[in-house]
Design a protein around this ligand. Structure first.
Ligand SMILES: NC(=O)c1ccc[n+]([C@@H]2O[C@H](COP(=O)([O-])OP(=O)(O)OC[C@H]3O[C@@H](n4cnc5c(N)ncnc54)[C@H](OP(=O)(O)O)[C@@H]3O)[C@@H](O)[C@H]2O)c1
Length: 294
């Protein structure tokens, strides 16, 4: 059975390829898609089949999907372009006779009012209309969205946000990648057709708890400063983010306040067969990585 992973040059897609190999899929049965094959040359060196394709180029997708049984569509990173891009992938998968497609979506995409959810919802609708057997991997936030901020948080002694007391079910990319690999490979003889997985960490947390945990891990005072959505947007712009992206992130915090990225489904730990990586575990690893003398 030949398994294809799109976005293999990205953080998540690369981890899915790694997970497939670790779980025993022969490298020759794994096809990694990248816009620039050189960015995944290390995977090719390990025997993974690398094909070039771009979501905006249907002919490249037709060539890349030849002979593929099951396919993971990692959602694209070009916000605003993704409905047309994902439609190209779904159409090409149908033309190629792909038997199953898993798509990385977002928490309760069908009902979510997050700005970020709109393109995911549209993609889910395209999949439903396509008739392709598929599964939805509705990922909550990445823990890396927070651990990546560690140096800035420590510099200022504060976590900034607009999430109030809302809890977010963030999980590591590695945990989401393992779940995607399990579903893509159909481990245990399960095809996962028609499945909708609400994926998130076992222990949701508030941004206040995030600040407390950073403080505990780093051994210093860290506070959570809850801002209004406009003030948080302005703080992100002042920190150098483009205005549109800052607005989307602040809107996501607004959603966290209302539970939009919370799930207690347990789907992620069930799929990967172990508890998800904890906030404290992820922060401790990030602290050691960013503070060599710690
Ligand atoms: N849950 C969360 O917290 C969260 C946060 C951020 C993003 N996301 C979503 O999850 C996805 C995966 O996350 P990530 O961390 O792996 O993101 P990432 O590192 O930015 O990777 C995105 C991947 O998509 C590929 N891609 C983008 N546009 C493409 C196109 N037109 N044709 C072919 N490939 C294209 C990129 O290829 P290149 O290397 O060629 O650019 C890259 O491999 C993101 O793309 C986004 O949809 C989720």
């Amino acid at each position: 059975m030949t398994l294809l992973v799109t976005g293999a040059s990205g953080h998540l897609g690369r981890l899915v390829v790694e997970s497939l190999l670790e779980r025993g899929t022969p490298a020759a049965d794994v096809v990694a898609i990248a816009r620039n094959p050189e960015s995944v040359a290390d995977l090719a060196d390990r025997g993974v089949v690398v094909r070039r394709a771009d979501y905006t180029d249907p002919a490249s997708l037709d060539a890349a999907f030849e002979g593929i049984d099951r396919l993971l569509l990692v959602s694209g990173s070009e916000v605003g372009q993704r409905i047309a891009q994902h439609a190209n992938v779904i159409d090409a998968a149908k033309r190629a006779g792909v038997g199953f497609l898993a798509y990385t979506s977002i928490t309760r995409a069908d009902t979510s009012d997050l700005a970020l959810a709109a393109e995911h919802r549209a993609t889910e609708e395209l999949l439903a209309a396509s008739g392709l057997p598929h599964a939805l991997l509705r990922n909550s936030w990445y823990l890396e969205n927070y651990t990546g901020q560690l140096p800035t948080v420590l510099e200022h002694g504060a976590v900034l946000g607009a999430a109030g007391d809302g809890r977010v079910s963030a999980a590591t990319r590695a945990d989401y990648a393992d779940a995607a690999a399990v579903v893509l490979a159909g481990e245990g003889g399960r095809g996962h057709e028609g499945a909708v997985y609400e994926l998130g960490g076992d222990d949701a947390f508030t941004l206040g708890e995030l600040a407390e945990t950073v403080g505990r891990v780093a051994g210093r005072e860290v506070a959570y400063r809850d801002l209004s959505v406009p003030d948080y947007t302005a703080a992100l712009v002042a920190a150098g983010l483009p205005e549109g992206y800052a607005g989307v992130l602040a809107d996501s915090d607004r959603g966290v306040a209302e539970g939009a990225l919370f799930t207690d489904s347990g789907d992620l730990s069930r799929l990967i067969g172990r508890p998800t990586t904890s906030l404290e575990g992820a922060l401790s690893a990030a602290f050691v990585a960013t503070t060599p003398t710690a």
